[in-house]
Structure formats: C-alpha cells, structure tokens
Design a protein around this ligand. Structure first.
Ligand code: ADP
Ligand code: DP6
Ligand code: CO
Length: 357
C-alpha cells in the first residue's frame, strides 16, 4: 500500500484597525460594503491569527477548528472562501484530471488567535486573511488578488492581506470584482507609530459586527446621514491628510469616524451598544491629553482613539509620545490584580477602572 500524501502550510495574518469604518453592506452574500474604508494593519508580531491548512486524498471531508474547537463547516462564509480559492486553483492546475488532482482533495483547517475572539479586536479580519493565505498556498494558487477571497469571509479581512495603511474600495460591479483592498501608504508613513490596545473586556460581544451593521443600515437615522453626507467626504479628507502627512488632521478624522459609527449604533433600534463607561473614559483622556499637547505647541505628539465593534480602544501613538501616554494610562487606569494578560485571554471580566482625579 502506498502511503497517502499530505500537503501542509501555515500562515499568519495580523489584525487591522479601521480609521474610516466599514459599517454596512450593500450585498450580504458577496460582502460588498456601502462605503470605502481605510485601516492600519498592525505588525505581524502583535495580534495575529495563525492558520494551518492541510490537504490530503486521505481526508473524507473538509473540517475546521477554531481555537482548538471543531466548528461547523456549514458557515457559508468559509464555504465561499474555499470555493473561491478552489476555483482559482482549478484555473492554474497542472494536475487536474490526473490521479494527483489536488484541487479535489479535502482540506483540514486549524486556526488560533493569540488575542480574544469576537471581542471587537478584529479577529474576523486576521482569521479570514490567514485562512485564505494558507489555503491558497496549499492548493498551489500563486498570484492573484487574495483580498477578494478574504472579503468573502469577513469584509474587514480584505484589508489584512496587505500591510501599512490600506483602503478598501467599495467598487461598483455587481459581482464584487472591483471591491478590493490596496495599500495607500507603507507602515512607517507617519514615522514610528505605536498602537496601544486598551482592553476593557475580552469577552465575546453580545452583537456581532454583521448583525450590528445590518441593524444600523435598517433603522438608524445617524447611519443614514453617515452614508448620504459624511463618510465619503471624511474618506476623501483622510486620504488627503495621509498624502500630506498631516498627522493632526488624520487624528481628528479618525476620532470623528469612530464616534459617528458608535452614534449610529446607539441610534439603531434596538440600540447596539459596544462602548462602555471605560471606553468613554479613554475618549475623555485622549481629548484632554491632545488639548494639552496642542496648547504646548506640540501637535506632532497628538494621539487618536478608535473603537471597532467592541469596548476596546485602539490608540495610535507617535513613538515620541509613547512613554508619556503609557504612564498616563497606567495612572488613570491602574492595573488590577484581577486583570492580568491571562484573565483577558480567557475572556473574564476586568473590573471597571476608577478615574483618579
Ligand atoms: P471581531 O470584532 O473579533 O472581528 P466579529 O463579530 O466580526 O468579531 O467576528 C467574529 C467571528 O469571526 C467569529 O465568531 C468567527 O466566526 C470568525 N473568526 C474569528 N477568528 C477566526 C479565525 N482565526 N479563523 C476563522 N474565523 C475566525
Ligand atoms: C467595526 O468585517 O467584522 O471593525 O463583514 O460582517 O464579517 P463582516 O464584518 P466585519 O466588520 C468590521 C467592522 C468594524 C469596522 C472595520 O473594520 O472597518
Ligand atoms: Co470582525
């Protein structure tokens, strides 16, 4: 008996944090957005998903494990990603029709995040980006735009297949072929920048992003205003701020967009509530910090916050301000014995920090 063949590939992908939010779809199946979005992809060695894909003629069916637990493959999003990659593999397949036609071999996919899943820290973005990269590689797909495949797993994932500052163009085509992500600036565009993630809770959110945005599109007047009169102009302005390396405007536009998305959430029916008292305390702290640095004539030290669909702030902080910002955060939100890295990775609640006057 000849032994079975196994091909195996492992890939990692980092999270990306949107500064202009993707919030609302025009096509739920193809995952086509209602507006362009812009994000920062964090560096690979921070928050990331690691995915291993293994194909073999010995497998009888596809299978998927997330964070050590087998998940149902009935999830149409995973199905759509696999379909897209296999379609491409067949296009460029040299073994098709032969006994060694690898495109017909089932795949086993195993993924784990090194940070909380479904807590508003973009796990779906890192997860589906790592998945399409690993699956494409194991089926021998080379070249091509992987952002289109990742997008069909989770919209935000299309931006995680690229580094630096990335724009996802909503596109015009009905089939989504032009709804793609492109890098608009390299990672060091604004000099050395740090992302400080302030984890207020590592718990799974009550309302996932998919449902949250759907409810906003259907019921929120603020969402309607966003889509008809503000978000496109803000996108244009942030792209200009990026081109001109205007850090101060970049910060202001980032914070406005986060607040607008969460205002849309609060005005949905029933309301979608992601930010907590702790999140609002972080917002207050950042505005106060910025007021002081601007007053002191140092706008280059400004920082900005942004919240995805969860209570956890991501702060973008220039390297020269990191020491000061970290000590401020530790003073205002003193670390608690009950809230260690382990606590948050296990999704247990951290006590609400008290603001120290
Ligand atoms: P988040 O804010 O963390 O992106 P979402 O509600 O957008 O939360 O998505 C969470 C969902 O994304 C999970 O329930 C799971 O279906 C999917 N997901 C998360 N991590 C991975 C991963 N590593 N691989 C594949 N899918 C993942
Ligand atoms: C607030 O990409 O998680 O993070 O496409 O339904 O999977 P689905 O949603 P998802 O939404 C991300 C929302 C956001 C903003 C953003 O990343 O642009
Ligand atoms: Co997500």
């Amino acid at each position: 008996m000849t032994p079975h063949k196994y091909f195996i590939v492992t890939a990692t992908a980092p999270v990306n944090i949107a500064v202009i939010k993707y919030w609302g779809k025009r096509d739920e199946v193809l995952i086509l957005p209602l507006n362009d979005s812009v994000s920062f992809t964090l560096s690979q060695d921070q928050l990331c998903a690691t995915t291993t894909a293994c194909i073999s003629p010995a497998f009888t069916n596809d299978a998927f494990w997330l964070n050590g637990k087998e998940e149902s493959l009935e999830n149409p999003r995973i199905q759509n990603c696999l379909k897209e990659i296999r379609r491409r593999a067949k296009e460029s397949c040299s073994s098709c029709g032969s006994e060694d036609d690898i495109t017909s071999w089932p795949v086993h996919i195993c993924s784990a995040n090194n940070f909380p899943t479904a807590a508003g820290l973009a796990s779906s973005a890192a997860g589906y980006a790592a998945m399409v990269v690993a699956v494409a590689e194991v089926y021998g797909v080379s070249g091509g735009d992987l952002s289109v495949a990742a997008r069909q797993g989770s919209g935000s994932a299309c931006r995680s297949v690229l580094g630096g500052i990335v724009r996802w163009y909503k596109g015009e085509q009905l089939d989504g072929s032009d709804s793609v992500a492109r890098q608009v600036a390299p990672p060091d565009h604004f000099g050395e920048l740090h992302a400080i993630l302030c984890v207020a809770s590592g718990r799974r959110k009550k309302t996932g992003s998919t449902e949250g945005m759907r409810r906003c599109v259907k019921t929120s007047l603020v969402m309607n205003m966003r889509l008809t009169s503000t978000v496109d102009a803000r996108t244009k302005n942030i792209v200009k701020a990026i081109a001109e390396k205007d850090w101060s405007s970049f910060c202001d536009l980032t914070m406005s967009d986060s607040q607008e998305m969460h205002a849309a959430c609060l005005t949905a029916s029933p309301p979608v509530v992601y930010m907590t008292d702790t999140s609002h305390a972080v917002v207050e702290l950042v505005h106060e910090y910025n007021r002081v640095v601007v007053k002191e004539g140092q706008p280059q030290l400004k920082i900005c916050y942004t919240f995805d669909a969860g209570p956890n702030a991501c702060l973008f902080v220039p390297a020269a301000a990191v020491g000061q910002v970290m000590s401020l955060l530790l003073k205002v939100f003193p670390p608690s014995d009950h809230c260690t890295l382990d606590t948050y990775l296990r999704g247990l609640p951290c006590p609400t920090p008290q603001l120290i006057p």
